[in-house]
Design a protein around this ligand. Structure first.
Ligand code: C2E
Ligand code: MG
Ligand code: MG
Ligand code: MG
Length: 284
């Protein structure tokens, strides 16, 4: 009856509300807990670099490696970036932590070189907040000087969204980075609001097609059309193209057929610690 139904709706409404409130509290509590333990994480040396190979599709040889940050919380639990990058991006800690990542990547490259390994370029992610930070160019310059690395062995990955935010200032910063001899690529391409025509204005050398377009490549004619279009346009703008999130041989074959140059994904390797990454490097 009507009363019963009303009672039911109220009861379940209340339960939904309770459930929602608890979930919110848990998320907020987790956020708070992570944020406070993140404060001492850099000083406690709890961050680690992981490396994921980027392969040349034509030769199936190693082309470069992407540097991916991991947080060894309390020295034990391994935490991935999606759980903590948004927090440090919001509170500004990304600036010193991001600087540490760049420095550490350069040091690692130099260490490999001194052990007789042939270096490959390391691609380091730059978040919007890092990119906006006034001291960025100076801090990169300092790191290049301190470590003595060849700037051609460093690349920065920036998302479209980060690039589109700041008009003229963006061009200026990119110009400085480019002038230092560091290459730039556009990360997660296709998920933001830019267009390749617009990117022509930027001194960018490479674009990385977001894994959202690769995931269903075999089943989706639409995704295949999008990927083919991105590759064709990049070719005509003389940009290199990396496909992200390549997990199957079938995806690999399709990308090869469409003329994509580089691929990154679990098909080749997950991101691995430096000791494992080192085994992938050829010796001089
Ligand atoms: P991203 O730069 O787009 O990095 C690629 C992400 O895709 C990595 O996640 C990688 O592990 C994952 N991935 C690679 N291949 C596959 C695949 O075949 N399948 C699937 N499902 N995933 C794959 P990760 O390491 O969790 O990093 C997530 C994001 O966090 C990165 O996305 C990047 O935006 C950010 N990030 C990571 N390290 C840093 C850093 O040092 N600084 C900054 N600012 N951001 C970072
Ligand atoms: Mg990236
Ligand atoms: Mg990406
Ligand atoms: Mg991403």
């Amino acid at each position: 009856n009507a009363d019963g139904a009303m009672y039911h709706a109220k009861a379940s409404g209340r339960n939904n509300y309770q459930f929602f409130k608890e979930a919110m509290n848990q998320t907020a509590a987790r956020h708070f807990e992570l944020e406070s333990s993140l404060r001492g994480a850099l000083a406690a040396d709890e961050f680690e670099l992981y490396f994921q190979p980027i392969m040349d599709i034509g030769t199936r040889r190693l082309h470069a490696m992407e540097v991916l940050l991991r947080w060894r919380r309390g020295g034990v639990e391994l935490i991935t970036p999606d759980q903590f990058i948004p927090i440090i991006e919001e509170n500004g800690m990304i600036v010193p932590i991001g600087e540490w990542v760049i420095r550490q990547a350069c040091k690692q490259s130099m260490a490999w070189q001194s052990q007789g390994m042939t270096p490959v370029p390391l691609a380091v992610n730059l978040s919007p907040r890092q990119f906006m930070h006034r001291g960025l160019v100076e801090s990169i310059r300092g790191i290049l000087d301190d470590t003595g690395i060849d700037p051609a062995l460093i690349e920065f990955e920036i998302t479209e969204t980060a690039l589109m935010q700041h008009g003229e200032q963006t061009l200026e910063i990119l110009g400085h980075i480019n002038a230092m001899g560091i290459r730039l690529s556009i990360d997660d391409f296709g998920t933001g609001y830019s267009s390749l025509a617009y990117l022509k204005r930027f001194p960018v050398k490479k674009i990385k097609i977001d894994r959202a377009f690769i995931k269903d490549l075999e089943e989706s004619a639409e995704d295949r059309a999008i990927v083919a279009a991105i590759i064709a346009l990049s070719d005509s703008l003389q940009l290199s193209v990396v496909a992200e999130g390549v997990e199957t041989e079938a995806q690999y074959a399709l990308l090869q057929r469409h003329g994509c140059q580089f691929a990154q994904g679990y098909l080749f390797s997950q991101p691995v610690p430096h000791a494992t990454a080192q085994l992938l490097l050829p010796r001089c």
